[in-house]
Design a protein around this ligand. Structure first.
Ligand SMILES: Cc1cc2nc3c(=O)[nH]c(=O)nc-3n(C[C@H](O)[C@H](O)[C@H](O)COP(=O)(O)OP(=O)(O)OC[C@H]3O[C@@H](n4cnc5c(N)ncnc54)[C@H](O)[C@@H]3O)c2cc1C
Length: 421
C-alpha cells in the first residue's frame, strides 16, 4: 500500500535551540514555507547544560521580537573566576561590543527550550514530538525522503532541505559520514541542580562562578544561580584527559561540591546529575555537497572551546541558514545557499573560535591560569577581554596578543602601578 508521504520545504531534525530557532527564522523570513520539526523527546524535556544564556541569545530572540520569553527572569550581574591557590576575581559583566544587552540569565533548559519551541509552534511549524530520525535518501532532483519513527508508527516525509539539529550525537552527521570530533576537540561535562540558601549571600550578588584547574586538573567547574535558591552546578574536562587519567565524572562533581562547601556555600538536595559531550568548534565538519542537508548547533560542532557555550552559536547558525536559503528553496541555487551559510558562519566566528581555543590551551596550565588571574585582578582591560571572549564575539588581534604577553611578563607590582595611572 502507498504510504502517505507528507511534503515539506524544510524539515528539521532536533527541536533544541538550534533547530527551533531555524524553524522560527524560516517562517519569519518566508511565511509561505512549509516547515516541519521533529524531536525524539516530548517537550518540556531536560538537557544537560549550565543553563547560562548571554547577550547573543537575547539578540537572537530580539531579531523576531521574541525576547518576552525571558520576562521575569532574574539577571546575573557578574562573573567570579577562581584558579589554583584560591586566586579569585569578581567582575561586572562589561558592555559587550556586538550586542545591545550585556545581560546573562540562568534558565533551566527544561523551560527555556520549551519556550523557544512554543514560539516555533506559534509560527505554524508542524512539530512531531517523540519521533526519532531513522534515515534519509536523496532523489534525482535532490529532494530527500526522510524516515522517522516512534514506538507505534513509522512516518515518511519528502523535503527540499533537511536540517540536522540533532545535537552532539547527531545521527544525521553519522549518516553523512562526517568524522566525529577527536577526543582532543570535545569535552565531557556533568551537570546537577542543588538548592543553596546562602549562595547569593556568600558572593554578595548574583554571580556566575567559574573555577579553573581546581576540582579537576585541566578542567573547569561552574556554579550558576537561577531563580530562588536553585543553583546549576557542574564540571567538565576534555575527553582526551578524561580517558588518559581514567577519571570518574561523578567523582569530579563530588570534588567540586566539597570545594563549594569549603567556600561556605550550603549545598542541599543534589539532584538530576546528567553528563553529556560538548563538541568544540576547534574542529568542524566539511560539507558533503551531494546532499541538500545542512547541520547546525552541536551536530556541527559549534561549541565555544573556552566557555562551553553553545546555545547562542546554534541559534545563530539556524538563523544564518534560513537567511541564506529561504528564498532559493525551490531552485537549483539551494545547494549554493547552504554553502553561503557555511561560509558566513565560518567567516564571522573563525577568529573568535581560534582565540577561545588558544585561551583554552593557556588555561589548561595551572601556572598560566594563576598568572592570567593575577594579571586580570590588576588590569581591568584584561578581565574585560576574558569576559568578552566568554560572552561576546571577541578575538585576539596581533596587538592584543602583544599587549597581553607584555602584561604577563610585567611584575605584579608594576602592573598594579601601571593600571592605577
Ligand atoms: C554539561 C553541559 C553544560 C553546558 N552549559 C552551557 C551553558 O551554560 N550555556 C550554553 O550556551 N551552552 C552550554 N552547553 C552547550 C549546550 O548545551 C549546547 O551547545 C546546546 O544545547 C546546543 O543546542 P542544539 O539545539 O544544537 O542541540 P540540543 O540542545 O542537544 O538539541 C538537540 C535535540 O535533538 C534531539 N534529537 C537527538 N537525536 C535525535 C534523533 N535521532 N531524532 C530526533 N531528534 C533527536 C534531542 O532530543 C534534542 O532535543 C553545555 C553543554 C553541556 C553538556
Amino acid at each position: 500500500m502507498q504510504k502517505n508521504v507528507k511534503k515539506y520545504d524544510v524539515l528539521i531534525i532536533g527541536a533544541g535551540p538550534a533547530g527551533a530557532n531555524a524553524a522560527i527564522s524560516y517562517k519569519n523570513l518566508n511565511p509561505d514555507l512549509v516547515v516541519g520539526l521533529v524531536d525524539k523527546s516530548i517537550f518540556p524535556r531536560d538537557k544537560s547544560c549550565g543553563d547560562a544564556i548571554g547577550p547573543g541569545v537575547i539578540s537572537a530572540l530580539k531579531r523576531f521580537n521574541n525576547e518576552h520569553i525571558l520576562d521575569g527572569e532574574p539577571q546575573v550581574v557578574s562573573t567570579t573566576l577562581y584558579g589554583p591557590d584560591n586566586i579569585g576575581i569578581q567582575n561586572y559583566i562589561p558592555q559587550v561590543k556586538n550586542k545591545d544587552d550585556s545581560i546573562v540569565y540562568v534558565i533551566p533548559r527544561i523551560d527555556l527550550d520549551n519556550r523557544i519551541l512554543n514560539l516555533a509552534k506559534d509560527e505554524g511549524v508542524d512539530v512531531y514530538e517523540g519521533y526519532s530520525f531513522v534515515d534519509f535518501t536523496s532523489n534525482e532532483d535532490k529532494s530527500l525522503n526522510v524516515k522517522v519513527k516512534n514506538d507505534n508508527e513509522d512516518l515518511e516525509f519528502l523535503t527540499k532541505i533537511l536540517v540536522g539539529a540533532d545535537g552532539a550525537n547527531s545521527r544525521i552527521r553519522k549518516k553523512l559520514n562526517y568524522e566525529p570530533n577527536s577526543d582532543w576537540h570535545k569535552a565531557i561535562a556533568i551537570r546537577a541542580y542543588i538548592d543553596s540558601p546562602n549562595y547569593l549571600e556568600i558572593f554578595k550578588e548574583r554571580t556566575l562562578m567559574f573555577e579553573i584547574n581546581v576540582s579537576a586538573d585541566k578542567g573547569y567547574a561552574w556554579a550558576f544561580p537561577s531563580k530562588g535558591n536553585l543553583l546549576n552546578i557542574g564540571i567538565g574536562v576534555p575527553v582526551s584527559i578524561f580517558k588518559k587519567d581514567k577519571l570518574d565524572i561523578n567523582k569530579l562533581l563530588d570534588n567540586f561540591v566539597t570545594e563549594l562547601e569549603g567556600r561556605g556555600v550550603i549545598v542541599e538536595n543534589i539532584r538530576k546529575q546528567k553528563s553529556y559531550l560538548l563538541p568544540f568548534a576547534s574542529s568542524r565538519p566539511k560539507r558533503n555537497r551531494d546532499f541538500n542537508v545542512a547541520l547546525i548547533g552541536d551536530a556541527s560542532s559549534m561549541i565555544n572551546p573556552m566557555s562551553g557555550e553553545g546555545i547562542f552559536y546554534g541559534m545563530e547558525a539556524g538563523y544564518l541558514l534560513a537567511k541564506n536559503t529561504h528564498h532559493v528553496i525551490d531552485t537549483d541555487g539551494l545547494s549554493l545557499g547552504i554553502d553561503i551559510y557555511e561560509k558566513e558562519f565560518t567567516k564571522r566566528f573563525r577568529k573568535h573560535y581560534l582565540s577561545c581555543a588558544l585561551a583554552r590551551l593557556i588555561l589548561q596550565s595551572p601556572f598560566m591560569t594563576k598568572r592570567l588571574l593575577r594579571v586580570a585582578s590588576k588590569d581591568q582591560d584584561t578581565i574585560d577581554f576574558v569576559v568578552e571572549l566568554l560572552f561576546d564575539e571577541a578575538y585576539l588581534t596581533i596587538t592584543e596578543v602583544i599587549k597581553i604577553a607584555y602584561k604577563f611578563l610585567l611584575p605584579s607590582k608594576l602592573l598594579a602601578f601601571r593600571s592605577k595611572n
